[in-house]
Design a binder for this molecule. Structure first.
Ligand code: UDP
Length: 488
């Protein structure tokens, strides 16, 4: 069912092709964007692979059952050709940092088959919206002469900051502190924690291609909303001289329990069990602990987190990924910890949006992935932040310093890449102290109030406010460009 207030397109049927980057943090919001477009009466096809269909089929089936027919363009990812094992079709399955480049390379080989497929489509698509990490879609759009928008998965705060740091501070020492130049707020950073996704040795070619694909795009689509970071969105728009549409938080498209439960991977536990567990807890008393789909921790870190949670004496839901379940961790959990604490430990994939929206959840210990951050914002849940890599350090700054809806676990001195299996970064005392600070006292109350206000703004923005308007403006602009291209 489309939105009764959706725009009308006369005789034409707009058709958008969405090209996600194959990582949970990119695909989940891209499916959300597909649903938003469908609600506006736009036909949508999403590029995917057999392995990724398995992960998003349940949510797409639900959309289809509700009359929002999302189509897949299924292509084969040539894993073996780039040195990856067969089936390594999603970023969280890439076994080591050394193989990240191979994954990007494999993805870029989808250019020819996708072009071939789209050439055979009549009429041709009205617009391509492709993830910023798929710069090879630029040639496809150019060949087909269709408009192309870049979808950015991180915050605009991050995009603007890294752009300005690269422009003005690329020569400074990795850990020298400085104020971000040309920035709407006074924010102090170090270069090691404010570099772009591909500002690392070995990724220069991809970095340049991504920048080129952005600078030649017909517009930029952000999973964000103006009330959250208007100053950064406006500055970024000005700096790139490009239209920017903030159409999020797209997680708010998941209104029903079934939608919240079917996002991403399959779960190992029944959602009613989780719901009943949370129902039995007091309002805003539970701390939810999860670090997204990619980060993984050493056994010693997990044990410190566990002991810190226990010492805080707060009820908790703690998500531990399958690959983190090493024998020492399994032993630690089973030899008394679970019994003593009565915490809820979820092994594998958790229904994060469902958990965050439960009134018993009073705090979220997070790595500050942008989706997790937006999901906490949308649910009005204050955050206990521990950034691990990529954009997470800057998202953490936005949450703690600008929005003031979070507490940092401790001063973070990691470098902006992977800290998997690092040792000694946090202790049980850090965790206990930070959980207590987040959940108790007058300041915690103020923080919660601010978080709730922001959640209200997010909701309004998606229902009738700026995000809803930006979505419509984006569709209209795409159709105008498509008309111009076909007249030319
Ligand atoms: N997610 C989830 N259950 C899990 C782990 C992750 O639903 O057990 C979802 C989470 O809600 C978010 C996405 O996966 O939408 C992770 O994206 P984010 O940007 O937060 O972090 P990343 O995984 O990219 O580091």
């Amino acid at each position: 069912m489309t939105d009764p207030t959706a725009m009308s397109y006369g005789n034409r049927k707009p058709h958008f092709v969405l090209v996600p980057f194959f990582a949970q943090g990119h695909m989940i919001p891209m499916i959300g964007l597909a649903r938003l477009l469908m609600l506006q009466g736009v036909a949508v096809s999403v590029v995917t692979t057999p392995g990724n269909i398995a992960r998003c089929k349940a949510i797409v089936d639900r959309a289809n059952a509700a009359g929002l027919l999302i189509r897949f363009i299924e292509l084969r990812l040539p894993c073996a050709e780039v040195g990856l094992s067969e089936g390594c079709e999603c970023f969280d399955l890439v076994p080591s940092v050394e193989l990240f480049r191979n994954f990007h390379e494999g993805l870029s080989l989808l250019r020819e088959p996708l072009l071939l497929y789209l050439r055979q489509q009549c009429p041709k698509p009205s617009c391509i919206i492709s993830d910023a990490f798929t710069p090879w879609t630029r040639e496809i759009a150019r060949e087909l002469r269709v408009p192309r928008f870049v979808y950015h998965s991180p915050s605009c705060f991050f995009l603007l900051c890294t752009r300005n740091v690269r422009k003005h501070k690329s020569g400074v020492d990795a850990f020298e502190r400085f104020l971000v130049p040309d920035f709407p707020h006074e924010v102090e950073v170090v270069r090691a924690q404010s570099s772009g996704f591909f500002d690392h040795p070995g990724f220069e070619k991809l970095r340049d291609e991504v920048a080129e694909a952005e600078s030649t795009a017909d517009g930029l689509v952000m999973n964000s909303f103006r009330e959250l970071e208007a100053a950064f969105i406006d500055s970024y728009q000005k700096s790139l001289e490009k239209k920017v549409w903030a159409i999020g938080p797209v997680c708010l498209t998941n209104k029903e329990t079934g939608d919240k439960v079917t996002r991403g991977n399959m779960m190992n536990v029944d959602e009613n069990y989780i719901k009943n567990w949370l129902d039995a807890k007091e309002t805003a008393s539970v701390i939810y602990v999860s670090f997204g789909s990619i980060a993984s921790h050493s056994a010693s870190h997990l044990i410190e987190i566990g002991l810190g949670l226990e010492a805080s004496k707060r009820p908790f839901v703690w998500v531990i990924r399958e690959k983190e379940m090493r024998p020492e961790v399994a032993r630690f959990l089973s030899e008394g910890f679970e019994e003593r604490t009565k915490g809820l430990i979820l092994r594998g994939w958790a229904p994060q949006v469902l958990i965050l929206s439960h009134p018993s959840v009073g705090g979220f210990m997070t790595h500050c992935g942008w989706n997790s951050t937006l999901e906490a914002v949308s649910a009005g849940v204050p955050m206990l932040t521990w950034a691990h890599f990529f954009d997470q350090f800057l998202n953490e700054k936005l949450v703690v310093e600008i929005l003031r809806i979070g507490v940092a676990l401790k001063a973070n001195t990691s470098i902006g890449y992977m800290v998997d299996d690092a040792e000694g970064l946090i202790t049980r005392e850090d965790v206990e102290k930070a959980v207590t600070e987040l959940l108790a006292g007058a300041e915690a109350e103020e923080r919660r109030k601010r978080a709730k206000e922001l959640a209200e703004k997010a909701k309004k923005s998606m229902e009738t406010g700026s995000s809803c308007q930006d979505l419509r403006l984006m569709i209209r602009h795409a159709l105008e460009l498509a008309d111009e291209a076909s007249d030319a």
